[in-house]
Ligand binder design. Structure first.
Ligand code: F6P
Length: 327
């Protein structure tokens, strides 16, 4: 807790973009202005902070963006900010604009950067969780996750059509880096036959028997969803292993960055608006070095180090349910 009042707030996004980041930016800018604070948009993440790509924002500068995918102030993964020289330059830029508080919108890489910055320069920072991966501890959902799940689900539904028409076996790879949240939820909602996630070791032999038995029992389509980071590999690697062992041919689809784009869902816009609003309120109230998340409908502050240092639990029991329902 720091009682010295904040004059100017800098807001930036960093890491992979996520649908809803614009809605969070809008909320931060307008809440700060409402409370009489100066607010500055820092472009291109930490790189823009280092290079002084900073502009004062007004209420109208965030008009008509709540529904837009991507992020209007751009984002980046910064190698330079990992160095103490980079952080020093970033701090100098903030000083030049009189910025004494930051709202960081992003995922774990963003928050790791915040920790070093806070330790070295005591810049007061509040994190807003935004990543399609949903892998941050301290919030039920991250901004962008709901939209990504729905985008992936739409693709799975379409692949189901062609899988059914051809009696074909498909393997669909979804994003998530090393977390299985997108895989698990799209898999269940898409009614797929098997879900492979990094949190559970994949038994390829068991998977082969399942696939064979489903075809023998009259299934006309068969889809496996594999989340990025699975120990058995990606869609092609797993498909090849299965083909080698069973002779069953496959088609692989890697959904990739399509999951990061598009108009944010209502759920993501709501979450982004709430977290953007509350992050500024808490920063003004003297809180720092925490992430504002939502748990069971309530705004909760979590130490920023815990957001990536602690593992967010995933409901692995749901995998068994998915298997039962797909038989
Ligand atoms: O963290 C979001 C994410 O989309 C991950 O799911 C994925 O592993 C990674 O970013 C891809 O990063 P990039 O856009 O740098 O290739």
């Amino acid at each position: 807790m720091n009682n010295q009042s904040i004059s100017n707030i800098g807001v930036f996004t960093s890491g992979g973009d996520a649908p809803g980041m614009n809605a969070a930016l809008r909320a931060v800018v307008r809440t700060a202005i409402y409370h009489g604070k100066g607010v500055f948009a820092i472009k291109c993440g930490y790189d823009g902070m280092i290079d002084g790509e900073i502009e004062q924002a007004g209420t109208r500068s965030v008009s008509n963006i709540i529904q837009a995918g991507g992020i209007v102030i751009k984002t980046a993964r910064s190698e330079r900010f990992r160095t103490s020289d980079g952080r020093k330059q970033a701090f100098e830029s903030l000083k030049k604009f009189g910025i004494d508080g930051l709202i960081a919108i992003g995922g774990d890489g963003t928050f790791r950067g915040c920790v070093d910055f806070y330790k070295e320069y005591k810049v007061r920072i509040i994190g807003v969780p935004a990543t399609i991966d949903n892998d941050l501890y301290g919030t039920d959902f991250t901004i962008g996750y709901d939209t990504a799940v729905n985008t992936a689900l739409d693709a799975i539904d379409k692949i189901r059509d062609t899988s059914q028409s051809h009696n074909r076996f498909f393997i669909i790879e979804v994003m998530g880096r090393d977390a299985g949240f997108i895989g698990l939820e799209t898999g269940i909602a898409g009614g797929v036959e098997s879900i492979l996630i990094p949190e559970i070791k994949t038994d390829v032999n068991k998977l082969c028997s399942q696939i064979r038995s489903l075809f023998e029992r009259g299934k006309t389509s068969n889809i496996v969803v594999v989340a990025e980071g699975d120990d058995a590999g990606g869609a092609y690697e797993i498909g090849d292993k299965i083909k080698q062992k069973t002779g069953i041919d496959y088609r692989a689809v890697i959904l990739g960055h399509i999951q990061r784009g598009g108009r944010p869902s209502a759920k993501d816009r709501l979450l982004a608006s709430k977290l953007g609003y509350w992050s500024v309120k808490h920063l003004i109230d003297g809180k720092a070095n925490v992430m504002a998340g939502e748990i069971n409908g309530k705004i909760v502050l979590t130490d920023i180090e815990d957001t990536f240092g602690k593992k967010k639990p995933i409901d692995t029991n749901a995998l068994e349910m998915a298997m039962v329902l797909a038989c």
